[in-house]
Each structure stands twice: as C-alpha cells, then as structure tokens.
Ligand binder design. Structure first.
Ligand code: MTE
Ligand code: MO
Length: 199
C-alpha cells in the first residue's frame, strides 16, 4: 500500500442513526433558559394536573417519588440545532399521572415556576412518550436544567420540555405557550423540521 497519513483513521466512524434534518450533535449539555433560574426546593414543589372541568390532581414531591419510576434514555433536539444522544433520565410517565384522570380535552399546556409555558396535544403526553423527570444521568436534575423536575417530551423540539414544571392544564382548545406565541411552530416535530410557524 502507499502512504497513509498519520491522521488517517482507517475506516469511517459509524454514522449511527440519522439525526433530524438540520441538527448537529453536541456532547455537552447547553443551558437554554428564557429567564432566570427559579429556586424551587422539593419541599415546596407541587405538581398540579388540572382538567378542562376544573378538577385538580396534585402530587407533592414524596408522592411523585412514590409513583412507579421509569428510566428513559432518549435523544433530545433543540430548535437552535443542537441534538444530544442517549441522555438518561429518571422520572414518572405522564401515562401514570393521567391514569384515572377523567378528561375529554384534546390539548395540554405545561406551566413552569417562573412563568414559562408550552402547549402540545394531549395525545403527545401519552403512550410512553413524556415524563416528569427529576434525575439526569443518575443525579438530581440540576436547577439550570429544570430541577427539581421538568417535563421531558423528547419526540418534540426541546422547548416543549418545560423546565421547573409546576403543572399541566388540559384544555379543549389549543392555547399557544411562550415560544409558540413568539413565532415558533405550534407542534414542533424535529423530524418534519417544524421550527417556526408555517414550517
Ligand atoms: N421553564 C422553562 N423551560 C424551558 C425553557 C425555558 O426557557 N424555561 N427553555 C426551553 C428550551 S428552548 C430548551 S432547548 C430546553 C433547554 O433545556 P436545557 O437548558 O436543560 O438544555 O428547555 C426548554 N424548557
Ligand atoms: Mo431550545
């Protein structure tokens, strides 16, 4: 064989599964917050699920921890174009929280401590696709990433994964949240590159 340059790796790196269009991989974990990080201690934390009829279902921190726990490992995709592979979390499935909740609502709005909100169809919170996550890579979720607990909906752009989540309100009409009101896509499917309204 001829000359092989010292940097030559011999074979291409395995490409791995495709990323959504327009995304690049990052190894670090960027922090994206529209405002300051609210301080919420687990003792003061409460999660409220409110239905379209006004019925409310509440969980304290110990009650959340006493529910069945899941450990999803998922890829996440931010609309600013970074994606991160194989992030591992622990949390409670929205299926568990919605179990026994009587609702005919088609939509949900997640609300955060600090005022952020984001909307999505209720169906996207079901079928093992959404969690209230409190642990990241085996450690309590850091405050800048949404601790004590955040919504995790990895099949949509990451702005739908509300940090410092304090509740979810079920609604019969679609109510755009913080970024959706500011021109981002109402649904935000990364595989269809739904970044902005009209995409
Ligand atoms: N409460 C709240 N949740 C939020 C945001 C925010 O500003 N406030 N930013 C969203 C956006 S745009 C992204 S990309 C992710 C960023 O999560 P990270 O900071 O843990 O990477 O959180 C989402 N959830
Ligand atoms: Mo984002």
């Amino acid at each position: 064989m001829g000359i092989v340059s010292p940097g030559f790796q011999g074979r291409p790196r395995p490409a791995g599964p495709a990323l959504p269009p327009g995304q690049y991989l990052t190894e670090d974990f960027p922090v994206l917050s529209a405002g300051p990080t609210p301080t919420v201690s687990p003792q003061d934390w409460e999660f409220v699920l409110a239905t379209e009829t006004g019925a409310e279902y509440r969980w304290s921190w110990p009650e959340l921890m006493a529910l069945p726990q899941e450990t999803p490992t998922v890829d996440i995709h931010c609309v600013t174009r970074w994606s991160k592979r194989d992030t591992s979390w622990q949390g409670v499935s929205l299926d568990t929280l919605l179990d026994g909740v009587d609702t005919a609502a088609g939509y949900a709005v997640a609300h955060s401590y600090g005022g952020y909100s984001t909307n999505l169809p209720l169906t996207d919170l079901r079928d093992g696709r959404a969690w209230i996550a409190h642990t990241y890579e085996g450690r309590p979720l850091p405050a800048e990433h949404g601790g004590p607990a955040r919504l995790l909906v990895p099949h949509l752009y990451f702005w739908k994964s509300a940090k410092w989540v304090r509740g979810i309100r079920l609604t019969t009409t679609d109510e755009p949240g913080f970024w959706e009101t500011a021109g981002y896509h109402d649904y935000g499917d990364p595989w269809r590159e739904q970044r902005y309204a009209g995409d």
